[in-house]
Write a protein that binds this ligand. Structure first.
Ligand code: ATP
Length: 499
């Protein structure tokens, strides 16, 4: 008989200076029950899937058992929240259980979110209600299936206790996996304290962990900043391309490794409107869909500012020379974003290359979509079908979305443009299908999954939704309801942090 083996931890962050964290065990919960375990991800991480779903694995995900080798800590950070500076944040409701080296050789954090109070909890209870845990699970796994860099869900458990918000809600703990949880706000925390030694140590740690090419550069920290800017430009371009609205792009919610983090008040846009905001706390639309690239740039400027004291490693370094390095790096963001974005848009439109006139063509499409209140996802998907219509006769979204007359002149122009393009229709459509998913985690479906779980203790719709979103590009008629936009009565205009 073989016994499921507990994972092997190697906790590099816990070996750094204790300025970076506080040792903090998770708070045990009364009666943990498994919501879902991501056994495929467990395998990739070298965790025995049988162990993960064993009583010991479930107890670990609940914070009731600390496996050998785990060294739970809460990390410290600061951040700009909605533009306002907060000098003291940190994991207020999360602990980093430890790190695992995955089969691909990459080191990953395993964090428990909703695992009780820490020294950084301020007034909070350190807990998470079930709803936000389910939302984060659905959204982050959908993003992974869309091939967008993201933190992942290793699993989730209910806690068996109530969490008190404006009402009593069932509690849960989320097991989150990330390449690391070091944030723009982590750098800002030490910069604000003028602790250049900590800044340097943290940067060297990051370079070792995430930026091996920067390590070879003459100025590794400047090269690291450059690479972080590149990763964020690409990430935000990917968000824009699928209509993802993060909702709370505070500097403490931007990971330096380049993965999407914190699926609090986020959502995918249904009908196209660049002013779309979902977060109930974003009164001024700071984090609206159309503002995301500019906010990303602003956040990176805060990072560059934090790095200024250590940014120039030359013998004649001065404040001016450091500012010049920062400025040059930051100035590259708009161009980098545009290149990444156009690279995706050409695939969404079915062109081998993005040429200058394509920009106007694309903007025209967006304008018609906005005016027609067309569904962003289905509009692109139907376009992909039109690129080789015969191939998808039995499994078409035609019943869910058809172009209105307002699109006719645009479609003619698009077809004209395709004549100049060298790809075959089959090649083109394969690329277009990949760039134009049909299943996104629509807000009304996420809400339905949460409501069934909260009110009836029924996880079946949650599980179905997670499963369907694993193959976001393959449409079949039997999955039609998952592709449909919300009926007017189902529309969700706001999502909540659920803190
Ligand atoms: N219930 C709570 N108790 C204690 N601290 C909390 C609670 N909710 C949020 N916080 C803390 O408030 C800050 C901002 O919250 P935010 O919702 O952005 O983060 P989060 O979703 O808890 O965590 P993360 O950014 O790691 O996903 C974070 O430092 C977080 O730890």
């Amino acid at each position: 008989m073989t016994f499921a083996k507990s994972p092997t931890f190697d906790n590099s962050y816990a070996r750094q200076s204790t300025q970076f964290f506080s040792p903090q065990a998770p708070t045990p919960v009364p009666t943990p029950n498994l919501i879902r375990a991501n056994t495929a991800l467990a395998e990739e991480l070298g965790i025995d899937p049988q162990w993960l779903i064993s009583p010991q694995g479930i107890a670990t995900m609940a914070g009731n058992h600390i496996p050998d080798g785990a060294e739970p800590i809460a990390t410290v950070y600061a951040g700009h929240q909605f533009g306002g500076w907060n000098p003291q944040l940190g994991d207020g409701r999360a602990v980093l259980l430890g790190e695992l080296i995955a089969k691909n050789g990459i080191r990953y954090d395993w964090q428990l979110k909703g695992s009780g109070r820490t020294p950084y909890s301020r007034g909070g209870d350190g807990k998470s209600p079930l709803g936000p845990v389910l939302r984060e699970y659905i959204l982050c796994e959908a993003m992974a299936a869309l091939d967008i860099p993201t933190t992942r869900a290793l699993g989730a458990v209910t806690s068996g206790e109530l969490v008190f918000r404006d009402q009593a809600l069932p509690g849960a703990v989320f097991s989150r996996v990330a390449q690391s949880h070091i944030r723009v706000g982590t750098m800002q925390y030490f910069a604000a304290r003028q602790d250049n030694e900590a800044l340097l140590n943290l940067s060297n740690y990051l370079i070792d962990r995430h930026f091996s090419t920067a390590k070879q550069a003459n100025n590794p920290i400047a090269a690291m900043l450059d690479e972080i800017i590149q990763r964020q430009a690409t990430l935000i371009a990917q968000w824009q391309s699928v209509g993802f609205i993060h909702g709370v792009m505070n500097t403490d919610n931007m990971l330096l490794c380049g993965e999407t983090v914190d699926y609090g008040p986020c959502a995918f846009m249904d009908s196209y409107d660049p002013a779309t905001v979902f977060s109930s706390i974003d009164q001024n639309g700071r984090y609206a869909y159309g503002n995301q690239p500019a906010i990303g740039h602003w956040n990176l400027a805060q990072l560059a500012q934090a790095l200024l004291p250590i940014l120039d490693n030359s013998p004649d370094a001065s404040e001016e020379s450091a500012v010049a390095i920062a400025q040059e790096a930051l100035n590259s963001f708009p161009e980098r974003f545009l290149i990444a974005y156009q690279d995706i848009i050409k695939n969404k439109l079915g062109f081998a290359e993005f040429t200058e006139p394509d920009d106007a063509l694309y903007q025209d499409l967006l304008s018609i979509m906005e005016q027609e209140k067309a569904d962003f996802t289905l509009c692109f998907r139907r376009l992909a079908e039109l690129s080789d219509e015969a191939s998808c006769i039995n499994n078409s979204v035609r019943e869910l979305f058809e172009f209105s007359d307002a699109f006719t002149p645009w479609l003619q122009q698009w077809r004209q443009r395709l004549i100049e393009d060298e790809q075959t229709p089959a090649q083109r459509q394969a690329i277009m299908f990949k760039a134009n998913p049909v299943f996104i985690p629509r807000n009304h479906l996420v809400q339905e999954a949460i409501a069934a779980a909260e009110q009836d203790n029924d996880l079946s719709f949650f599980n179905q939704l997670v499963d369907v979103l694993q193959t976001p590009h393959t449409f079949t008629q039997d999955k039609q309801r998952y592709a449909m936009p919300a009926a007017p009565s189902e529309r969700v205009f706001q999502t909540f942090c659920g803190t």
